[in-house]
Each structure stands twice: as structure tokens, then as C-alpha cells.
Write a protein that binds this ligand. Sequence first.
Ligand SMILES: [Zn+2]
Length: 351
Amino acid sequence: MSNDLLGPGDVLLESLPDEVVATMEVRDRWLAGLKSADGGLEFLVVDLQAWVPGQRIRVAFRGGDPGLWADIEQATAPISAVANLHLDFRAGGEFRTWSEQDTEHAAEIRVAFDRKGYFSLVGTDSVNPRIGLPQEPVGGRPGQLSLNLGGFTVNRPATWAGTVRHEFLHALAFGHEHQNMRGPCEAAFRWEDDPGYQPTQDNRGGYVVDASGMRPGVYTYLSGFPNGWSRAKVDHNLRTPANTAALVAGPFDPASVMLYRFPALFYRSNPSPCAPVGPGQELSDGDRQGLTLLYPRDDVATDAARGRRENLARALESTPGDDGLESFPGPVAEFSREAAARLRACLGSAE
Ligand SMILES: [Zn+2]
């Protein structure tokens, strides 16, 4: 698949590389084990995935030039204006950069422009060396990129600033609005083909309406050009998961920069309750509310968020079986110790 073949009506959805998703699923199984062991850890996912309120989040670039970097910094200013986080792009006045040879994290968010499409790791995954595979370009190791703005060095789309905000919100642990568990999208998507649909492809391999006017469903549509997604990949990217940061990130907001604009055939009805309202380029009220919930400025909420993470770090460091956590075999205990160390590092760089 090449971007060159894309036409104006083609929908190439954002997605993380498959090997990165596979390592995220290993992490999720570890998390699910922790959750099942104790009903009291309701904030577990959020506290492990999001940064600590007040934390300094460094951003570094590989590729591009200071003009582009300054535009990206500027586009994220509305996020910094709301969230109690310091998005720190510069060291000594100069923009921070990173390289594939780095052996320590130059920044929590490592931006590059040379992969296809747009994507970002979610929250603290960008400093988790178990996310992504060694030797691959994307992951949580120091020499791996965590946020890609493909082609921005050559040609920026008209909606570039909205794309920057969308990807940076992922980097701050936001999921997609269409996967918000309080939202209508799971029920509003046309997952399956129209009854009797005869698989019909255009000359590039995209699934289209058949001779009787029956439409492909979301699974069939995304299996064709230009996405080529498996059923599992559709589930990961579009279905609403049971446990996400959306647990505390507020109600569904159709004006969110985190809501995609899908083709009409994705929806059971048009207009759809899952369809976006407005251009989705600026932070919506719901986006700002989500930032305030995850990264509150008031002292009481900030202290509570820090206290929960300190307790969680202690629980993860304790002998398996203590604090309500189950006993896990070798590598899982290792995951827990590493997660505790990341929590402590984040707590240490929060004000
Ligand atoms: Zn996204």
C-alpha cells in the first residue's frame, strides 16, 4: 500500500504498527490480572497510563526544522493552557532533539515525521521499554519514536494543527472519542455487511456497494484498500474497550478533536449520533474537561492523584499477595516492579 495511490475519497485510518499493538496487549493482560485481584483499584489504568498532574513532559524532535517545531509547539499551547502539565519543548532555549542512537530518553514524547500516517503511543507507554519491539522504529525505548506526523516536513495538510492536537492528546493518555464507553458509537457503527451483500471491489481493492445496492459493513470495508485491516485490528481500533482512561475522562463529546469523521457507510443511520459536530480542529469543551479531570490544577485533586499513585507504586513493589494483588509468575512480577519504577520517576518530575 502506498500513499501515492490514495484518492481524495479514500479513508486511510490512523493505526499503530501491529507489533506495537501486540506488546500493548501483553501489557493489558498483566493489567487485567491486577484488576481482577482487587476491586479497589478503580483508577489503576488511569494512574498507570496518564502522567502525574504537574509533571514536566519533555518533547523532542527527529527531522524537520525549527520553523515546523515552533508551529507544533504553538499548536499544543491550548492543551498546556488547560492541563496541569508542562509540555517542555526546549532545553536552554533550543528545541530538544532525539536520535535513534539514544540510550536514555531524551524526552517523554519523541516526535518523528518519517513513518506513514499519523499516530502516537498513549501516555506513559512512550517511556515503557516493553512497548514495541527492539530494532523496530516505534516504541517506548529511548531510540524509538512515540509520535508520528508523517510527511509534515514535506507537505502539511490544511488540518495539520488539529492533527497535532489529536496526537498530543493521545500522548497525554487520551483515547479516541468513538471508543468512549459513555458514547453511542459501538451501537451506531454498521459492523456487518448489508444482508446479501456480494463482495465487490474496485480496481484498487477497495470494497464498494454491490450491483444490488448493498453496502459492505465496517469489517469488510476496512479489510480492503487502503487499510487492509484484520477483524482483530478493527476491534482494537474501533470497538469500545471495557477499561480505558475514558472511565474518568467524561461524557461523549461529538465536537472532540479525538472523534474521527467516518464515511457515511460506517453508520447505521445518517445523521449518526456518533458523527462529529463541527470541524474538530480546536479543543472542545469536552476535551478541556477531560484534560482538567486527568490533570487537575487544584491542590486537593492533585494531592489525591499523587497519593493514589504513591499507594499504587507501593502495592506494585510489595511481595505478590500483599495489598490484594495476586501472586504472579516471574515476568509478571517484573512488569509490576518496572511499572512502579516508572510511577516513581513520574512522581519525581512533578512539581
Ligand atoms: Zn487517534
